[in-house]
Design a protein around this ligand. Sequence first.
Ligand SMILES: O=C(O)CCC(=O)C(=O)O
Length: 350
Amino acid sequence: MSQLSIGQVIKLPLYAAAVLTGAKSFVRNPVIGSLWLNQRGLHVARVRLAQALAAWRRRLIGPFVVVTAEQKHAFARDGYVKVENFLPPELYKKVREEAFVHTAAPREMRQGQAITRRVTLDAVDRAALPFCRQAVEDPRFRGLVRYVAAHFAQPFFYLQVIIADPDGGRTDPQTDLHMDTFHPIAKAWLFLHDVSPEDGPFRFVPGSHRLTPERRAWEKAQSIAASGGGNSYSDRGSFRVRPQDLEQMALPQPVEMAVTGNTLIVADTHAFHGRTPSTKPTVRVELYATLRRGPFLPWTGLDPLLLPGLRGQAAHLLDRLRDTGVRLGVTGHAWRLKPTVQMTDPTTRD
Ligand SMILES: O=C(O)CCC(=O)C(=O)O
């Protein structure tokens, strides 16, 4: 913390308070990114406390979510849960028919060779996407997302399309094996078609959600390296992991989740995961969910987004909040609103 500007010194109490939130960037926060503090274990202490509180909250919500004992066991062992033939066949057929022809003005984000295109699946989207909405209302879907995220809170749901083109520029950063952040969060994909190994499937390192002594040592080394700068994603708190690091942590290499359509995967993405690089132009179509909340909350529930009036609107509200931030010039908006397009049409993307 030796090179602080006057502005940073004035903001120090805010930077310090952010240590008790989900803030993860080593470059934007000189306390979180302090070499001196991380050499003395600040980052690892945050990881340990967040992990312990997540385990505690998961025990609290366990009885209140629709998650089977086998699924809890699979999650404890692997860090993800996979459910094949998730939707009843009739509903799955209708979801596909609806999703593949859906035309809308989506949000898009380009990351290297990949474009992620999505529309929300909030309650207000029921008119446009009734069957997709019905699918994400399944209590087994939100139950698993809540259990894995360790928060009884409102997940964000989307119809999402990943358009990847190996000849389309820089490497997609999601194809680097990584962890999203320093605490457990949930991401879920209900795939709407078979995903073969060439189609850029999700990949995951089983067991890498556990905080073993080797993982703690790795987290500490990464936090010290990130405090010095070097890799923009790692410095922002999404550490990249190399095959030799996995070996050092006694972890296996990642499993590619080539799946049949109608498979649901819900994963803790503090664990190591990524997208398998596509070897050909691909279009992956899925119902997607994500849930992350304060890692240091000792309680669960009490989510304002579950209050009447806000319930079922989380994804729309987030978009509006981000748009306002962009208008006021306080944030950038990675998710740009695009002209109307058929969601699965890869040719109209830029
Ligand atoms: O889309 C995928 O298969 C994985 C994406 C990913 O790595 C992420 O969302 O962090």
